[in-house]
Design a protein around this ligand. Structure first.
Ligand SMILES: Cc1cc2nc3c(=O)[nH]c(=O)nc-3n(C[C@H](O)[C@H](O)[C@H](O)COP(=O)(O)O)c2cc1C
Length: 145
């Protein structure tokens, strides 16, 4: 049973639609804010941007993640944030990233093909596929880093 001092960690995955084409600079701006704030809040995660869709995982203390998600959902750079999954976790999958990032690559196409998709449409991904997509992208990034 949870005690008063237990820190509840959660993982929230959502997708959203960018309201315009994002340049590399736009993404870098998001990432630099994210990395700075998330590190202060002990939040880790992964952000993918593909075909004008964002798919993001946020992991950390429940209240911090909830507050951050509400702030992100209010951001005018995107719209229609849809939560794909929200679960309590004992450990983080993205501990090395205060915010990892992945854009289009051959690996993306391969992954999508294995899900039976020819383009990136997060609304068609199951919660398990969305998480598999994000973890695979994170592993690719770590190999490349
Ligand atoms: C797709 C997307 C993902 C974002 N992810 C994060 C994030 O992980 N952490 C964060 O602090 N801000 C993130 N932001 C930015 C926030 O919406 C917001 O601009 C920022 O938290 C404001 O921080 P500031 O008050 O320090 O300027 C994201 C924005 C977008 C559009």
């Amino acid at each position: 049973m949870a005690t008063r001092n237990t820190i509840m960690s959660i993982r929230l995955v959502y997708y959203s639609r960018a309201l315009r084409d994002m340049s590399l600079q736009d993404i870098q701006n998001i990432l630099s804010t994210a990395r700075e704030n998330n590190s202060d809040q002990g939040i880790c995660g992964m952000l993918c941007y593909e075909s004008n869709w964002f798919l993001q995982a946020l992991e950390g203390e429940r209240k911090a993640v909830n507050e951050l998600f509400l702030e992100i959902a209010d951001d005018v750079r995107h719209d229609d944030c849809v939560i794909v999954s929200y679960e309590h976790v004992n450990e983080c999958i993205f501990p090395n990233w205060h915010m990892g990032y992945s854009a289009s690559s051959g690996a993306v196409t391969e992954m999508l093909k294995s899900f039976g998709l020819s383009s990136f449409e997060p609304e068609k991904l199951t919660p398990e596929q969305a998480l598999e997509f994000l973890t695979t992208m994170s592993q690719q990034q770590q190999k490349a880093a």
